[in-house]
Design a protein around this ligand. Structure first.
Ligand SMILES: Cc1ncc(COP(=O)(O)O)c(C=O)c1O
Length: 389
């Protein structure tokens, strides 16, 4: 088939490429990264890959990458301390699908349960809870973005007749806060609540903490039932994707055999990308555990440098232990917009992803400092700095 584009459409594509490359050169505010040359995978873009169904079972649609998906899941299981035979997972379309899957499993396990999540939880949780039809209660956050465990305790004590489903943040979107699973389990124990479900939303930190020197407890070793991670954030892929892992006792509850696809329907989506698992596999194989450990260490160094650089300008910026998210006072919105920096109320954040260098930080800070309207002195006196890390 002749698929040559008309010249004006070719020009449009060229312009798109240029615009997005220019934008990528000053992207500091969102957790996306592009570490590798993926050109060896280009030949795979020519076929209709579809990973429909359970990646661990044979399917009648065989233009798939199920074997690569299984390797990806095995690798995530190993870094997340998943008991070998007790955990199942698949490659999702992103963190949101993984969180939805976790809430779906939780609701099937505890149909009358109440989902508890903190104020700082990702905005998609409200939509997910409506979709799965689960009862829920929003718990207060502390000023640094972590769940307020006193508020959790107070709320649970009024609802002891309903089993709790905890939606724990392992790195909040805006401030990188990690909910303390030990503190949560203590609250549950103190209320004699022994039947519960814990889901970890580890969209970004799920691939940082396994390589940190002193990681906060967050994975299967800490007693979670399921976990969702976004693959395009870290280790990075050109298309949105993610990974969800859950205890097999929960996933088996929802499995249904489907004759049409010749396998079990275990996932939320029907047709699923066969390309995304290939990209994740490629990153994992290329970098390996040691490569990722070195990258995370490098990001931590840039994060420290960023905080010191703000401090040299008299501005208090801060981050949680092991987080790459640097919170600083919002000002000079035009400069923040140029560097694609997310804001929320009086806070702004930048994220020291692997592509962010000290040079990026220097350029950004210089523009931010030299921007026409200067409200530094105002910020210095009004800012709150809840976390001293
Ligand atoms: C904490 C948290 N959870 C969930 C999500 C949603 O992930 P995704 O965009 O991969 O669907 C994000 C995205 O930024 C996030 O920060």
């Amino acid at each position: 088939m002749n698929n040559a584009l008309p010249p004006q459409d070719k020009l449009r594509l060229d312009a798109l490429l240029k615009r997005t490359k220019d934008e990528a050169a000053h992207m500091l505010g969102y957790p996306a990264t592009h570490l590798l040359d993926f050109s060896p995978l280009l030949p795979f873009m020519d076929s209709s890959f579809n990973n429909i169904g359970d990646p661990f079972a044979p399917s009648s649609y065989r233009i798939n990458t199920h074997d690569f998906e299984r390797d990806v899941i095995a690798w995530f299981k190993s870094i997340l301390h998943a008991p070998e035979d007790d955990v199942w997972g698949y490659v999702t379309s992103g963190g949101t699908e993984g969180n939805m899957y976790g809430m779906y499993l939780a609701r099937e396990f505890l149909p009358g349960g109440i989902v508890y999540y903190s104020e700082d939880t990702h905005y998609s949780i409200a939509k997910i809870l409506r979709l799965v039809g689960a009862r829920s209660i929003m718990v207060k956050s502390r000023p640094d973005g972590e769940m307020d465990y006193d508020d959790l305790a107070g709320t649970l004590s009024i609802h002891r007749d309903s089993p709790p489903i905890i939606f724990a943040n392992i790195g909040t979107t805006m401030r990188g806060a990690i909910d303390n699973l030990d503190a949560i389990k203590t609250v549950l124990k103190n209320h004699a609540l022994h039947r519960y479900y814990i889901h970890a939303d580890a969209a970004l930190s799920g691939i940082i903490l396994p390589f940190a020197e002193e990681a906060q407890p967050f994975d299967f070793a800490a007693g979670i039932d399921s976990i969702a991670i976004s693959g395009h954030k870290m280790p990075g892929s050109p298309m949105p994707c993610g990974v969800v892992l859950a205890r097999r006792s929960h996933t088996e509850r929802i499995a249904r055999a489907v004759e049409y696809i010749g396998t079990n329907d275990m996932t939320i989506a029907g047709s699923r990308s066969g390309i995304a698992p290939l990209y994740l596999w490629y990153v994992i194989q290329t970098l390996g555990v040691e490569g990722l450990r070195a990258i995370v260490a490098q990001c931590q160094t840039v994060a420290d440098y960023t905080i010191e650089s703000f401090s040299r300008q008299g501005i208090k910026a801060w981050r949680h232990k092991n987080s790459l998210t640097i919170v600083f006072p919002r000002q000079n919105d035009a400069v923040l917009k140029k560097w694609q920096i997310a804001t929320q109320g009086t806070d702004a954040h930048l994220i020291c992803m692997p592509h962010v260098t000290k040079t990026h930080i220097d350029h950004f800070l210089q523009e931010w400092r030299d921007a026409p309207h200067d409200c530094h002195s105002e910020v210095k006196t009004s800012q709150s700095s809840p976390c001293k890390y």
